[in-house]
Ligand binder design. Structure first.
Ligand code: IPE
Ligand code: IPE
Ligand code: MG
Ligand code: MG
Ligand code: MG
Length: 333
């Protein structure tokens, strides 16, 4: 199977919950229910986050309160599900996946808090609630983001998540790289620099791969690193899966910004156009953008099948990641 040229530069809540609960992609194995599986992972992740985040009663209370506000009680938990999906593929211990999934979700929550600040996208609604800086204040939101990032890294050093310390250091290295200036933060900087400018598809793809793709890619690889050592072929195939879904995720985010209503999204619709951002919609139109995302997902699933084959893993072990890939392109928020 030919591989797509995806670049490798970087290693109201109730309503929305209902949509995820009833979502059921067409998967062949009758035994696997994505709706049940995803609900279970979301619940476990919520519980783990509630435990791993410092209690609101601890000083400075307002900061801890803001961190919990931004992280708990919302979000699709797609990155946590990717950690579990990849980990389950290689038989990783669930207690390790719990910590890794919490770490990536804390990091993601921080990225959203900062993304919404007036100096960035200036958004007032997130996950169906006022954004962190609206609910608290700008300085508290900035610090809550900083401290969430620190806590995300801290728990990866605090708990055993790999077989050997060397492997765990590699995991922390991979994660740090993915969220830094050559990963997510770099992508966000490019996004800001490009706002109001006409950019071509190559530049847009570069930006999306960094700002959103890098963390999604890291989530898959970190989940897989919690198991026993991966063969080079399996790692490669899984990595390609991760890169494809990472780019597809942001393509669909761009589509939904234009095509879905605010009450479904839980964030203000139509912001990209209003802010003068180049998106896959502004470059290709909705239909071609959706087709592009679907092509990426098809490519991801083919690569996942190859990973399953290379790992001599049972096909059912690949069902969660397959269903997640489909969910990423078919989701409504
Ligand atoms: C939104 O991510 C920000 C992007 C990187 C596109 P999600 O769509 O995963 O947001 P939540 O976690 O479900 O709120
Ligand atoms: C955000 O991209 C990417 C991040 C790293 C947070 P967007 O700015 O498109 O995300 P939304 O649409 O506000 O969720
Ligand atoms: Mg943004
Ligand atoms: Mg934004
Ligand atoms: Mg967006």
């Amino acid at each position: 199977m030919a591989t797509r040229n995806v670049r490798t530069q970087c290693p109201t809540n109730q309503n929305r919950t209902r949509i995820l609960d009833t979502y059921s992609p067409s998967i062949s194995a009758n035994t696997f229910s994505f709706a049940d599986w995803s609900r279970e992972i979301a619940k476990q992740t919520e519980d783990a986050l509630a435990e791993l985040l410092t209690a609101s009663s601890v000083r400075p209370q307002r900061l801890h309160d803001a961190m919990r506000y931004a992280t708990l009680g919302g979000g699709k938990r797609v990155r946590a599900m990717l950690v579990y999906g990849a980990g389950q593929l290689v038989g990783a211990d669930p207690s390790r996946l719990r910590v890794i999934a919490s770490s990536v979700e804390m990091l993601h929550a921080y990225s959203l808090v900062h993304d919404d600040l007036p100096c960035m996208d200036d958004d007032v609604l997130r996950r169906g609630k006022p954004t962190c800086h609206v609910e608290f204040d700008e300085a508290t939101a900035m610090l809550a983001g900083d401290a969430l990032q620190a806590r995300a890294l801290e728990i990866l050093a605090e708990y055993t998540v790999c077989d050997y310390p060397k492997q765990q250091l590699e995991l922390i290295h991979l994660f740090s790289h993915a969220i830094g200036s050559r990963g997510m933060c770099g992508g966000q900087a490019i996004d800001l620099a490009n706002t109001g400018k006409a950019i071509d598809q190559t530049e847009l793809e570069y930006m999306h791969i960094l700002k959103t793709g890098a963390l999604i890619r890291a989530s898959v690889l970190m989940g897989a690193m919690a198991g026993s050592e991966l063969s080079p072929v399996m790692r490669d195939k899984l990595d390609h899966y991760a890169k494809c879904i990472g780019l597809a995720f942001q393509v669909v985010d761009d589509v939904l910004d234009e095509a879905a209503p605010t009450e479904t999204l839980g964030k203000t619709a139509g912001k990209d156009k209003e802010a003068g951002k180049t998106t896959y919609i502004s470059l290709l139109g909705i239909n071609r953008a959706r087709n592009f995302a679907q092509e990426l997902i098809d490519d991801a699933i083919a690569s996942l099948d190859a990973a399953v084959q290379a790992g001599h893993t049972s096909t059912t072990a690949g069902e969660p990641l397959k269903a997640l890939a489909r969910y990423i392109v078919e989701r409504s928020y």
